[in-house]
Design a protein around this ligand. Sequence first.
Ligand code: RIB
Ligand code: CA
Length: 315
Amino acid sequence: MESIPVILDMDTGIDDALAILYALSSKKLRALGITTCFGNGDIENTTRNTLAIVELGLSSVPVYQGASHPLVSPWESTAEAFHGPNGLGGTRIFHPTQKAEPLSALDFLRKSIEDHAHDIVLVATARLTNIASLLLAHTELTSLIKRIVVMGGAAFVPGNVTPVAEANIWGDPEAAWVVFHSGVPITMVGLDVTMQVPISDGMLSSLVPQVPYFDVIREAVDFYLSAYNPGEPRGNRTAPLHDPLAVAVAEDDSLCKTQALPVDIELSGRFTRGMTVVDRRERTTAAPNVDVAVTVDRERFLKQFAQRLQFQQSG
Ligand code: RIB
Ligand code: CA
């Protein structure tokens, strides 16, 4: 089986942590490295969390620290309610033995794209700040990237930070604008599909205790389930597996049906900043720039997710 060279660009985060473990257990994806971005915590937290999860996944994939704030606007932290004060639900994280590499995220991205020209896939599950900065500084790289799978946006469903904006786009709309207008093939794995694939109390309670990430994932996901279901007792809680689905689509795009559509990013609306504006007009003259995931094979993804991370059941 031919492997796909990928770079994961993440703001680790509880669902990013699950996505890392999913990617590390893939036989098809070959993770060249993980670049980090602010988002679910500040950059020190998201980088430390990434290193810790890589170590718990018994991997030595290198980690490169990236952006600490958006391209234009100041960073506003909004993720604490869902990801806790340290980005991993307040879980006590040990000090990872591995450190972030001395090379910057941007230099690593540039070098890897050149070394794996036309084959490399970027999976972005954070604000698009790192990738936008790269493409602004090196426009020549745009033709060398095979595709970018973006967890972000909401095409036909409501947003999750504002009525119309999803967190990763809302958190740096200018960066999203640059990436969506770059000409690189983009698959948008947005809330339309990620809200359809939940982790549940049932699944969490079936995590095999022998896995090295057992304590951290159990505690962090318990926090995540509570955050999505305030006041609900343990038992029937569910919460979306946003970032793992994006990784899964990078590995196997048959998991989602997509529609090629023109998508723009709203930069200035008082109520709509950060919205992914999809042109659905039949007679539009705008050219499609994004493959928007519109449906997902929920059962197949959840089964695969459970097997990969060693949950015994997918209920
Ligand atoms: O809107 C969901 C996204 O925002 C996920 O990537 C999650 O980790 C947060 O960053
Ligand atoms: Ca994320």
